[in-house]
Write a protein that binds this ligand. Sequence first.
Ligand code: C2O
Length: 547
Amino acid sequence: ARIRHYRWEVKYEFKSQDCFRKLVITINGRTPGPSIRAQQGDTVIVDLKNSLLTENVAIHWHGIRQIGTPWADGTEGVTQCPILPGDTFRYMFVVDRAGTYMYHAHYGMQREAGLYGSLRVALPDGEVEPFTYDHDRSIILNDWYHKSAYEQAAGLSSVPFVWVGDPQSLLIQGRGRFNCSTPGIEAGKCNATNPECSPYVLTVVPGKTYRLRIGSLTALAALSFEIEGHNMTVVEADGHYVEPFIVKNLFIYSGETYSVLITANQDPSRNYWAVSKMVSRNNSVPTGLAIFNYYPNHPKRSPPTVPPSGPFWGAIEPRVNQSLAIKSHPNYIHPVPQTSDRVIILLNTQNRINGSVKWSINNVSFSLPHTPYLISLKHDLLHTFEQTPPPDVINGYQTYDINTVAPNVNATSSNSLYRLKFNTTVDIILQNANTLNVNNSETHPWHLHGHDFWVVGYGSGKFNVSEDPKRYNLVDPIMKNTVPVHPYGWTALRFVADNPGVWAFHCHIESHFFMGMGAVFEEGIEKVTKLPSSIMGCGDTKRFIRP
Ligand code: C2O
């Protein structure tokens, strides 16, 4: 195994990802940041210099389980104190498993300012994938806002509440296109011919097969991705091989990664569109476009066709069907425990607290403590967060009507967490419900840190505690780290609490997590070895570094 050593400088720069000039957070001058490439078993070291001048930072390695290094998970408030301006922080962890992963900021709403990138782990020498291809490429899909993350965060926590609204554009590998002649755009702020916003080009050689690794780190949007005229064979999801299935368009939620195989088998005399389209919310966000370029055509030559318009935003069925189609590859099944020790039903509702809009789980809207849990729990600073754990099921669950606005719209806010018994098997039921608006329920992609989980079932309507578990797939369920709960539906997950540490579990929609849509699990804290002092310095942890 090798050491992969990266030196990153994080700072604000003016950039025009979608032709509109704004401040973005770059790593070594780029957004998306540098790709991390490693091989299974390697140690990744990232020396991160925070040159944001007036802003803290923290980076999460999304999909890396951090076995034995829970302090390197990069989750501000959970596993570390934020990195102060001017400081350099060392992240060091082992990538123990091949697959397609990502990294991104995990402090406030910084991710959407452009601080993200891809992390690809190759198989060890001599091992082969259960599929073949000629070339391997990675892209990250994103949505893009022109307002700063600060302005958005302030709006979300104000009374009256100011919603972030739809993104201004969709980016493919950091490039998108905003219409500069939109009324109200300040002169000089938008330049349609800026090379920074020329479309991303994926060049292919006719007849060759490409593995395209696609990740989504959208702040809000659920996406449909397609390449005009080409089918895609899905072969990997969140680092796990799936039973291959063919799609024309791939639905992908924030926090998910997929590998698809695409063969360049169409008319080679022209280029084709690659299209990202926002679905699940009624919107008029223009599709994001990239060029699927058949060599040797000019990479900038626009395809002669109108880009595909993609599926109807509101069609839920095809999205649910894709969720149901994902099965573990038959040769790579991780046997799932047939029973569980604890069932936690997380009812997702939209609520109000003191006149502001919040999301809550079992009527508790999550807020991060000022002293990171990992440090508080390891060093018994239990006064730093609320000790009453959130409920495993909401009072009155049996009669709760998920199809109407919450009868009691008021929730409470808490920074308490779930403590899991080490090595036990836990079932989590994500139960969706109506929002504060009549006849509205949204899609939420939930991401678990420190683990992969088996996705044992999906259903529509309300989860039936005695009947639905009988229909779980306990034979060949896929393992993932991010999974959607569909509108008015439920999703059931199972995992084994065997990774000592403290792990966030939250909706990957940035504003939703900010509004309280999350939870935290502790397991095996007594097995965590000595914490590095580099993660300390905030809240009550000051006592450890200033004796
Ligand atoms: Cu990719 Cu806690 O997030």
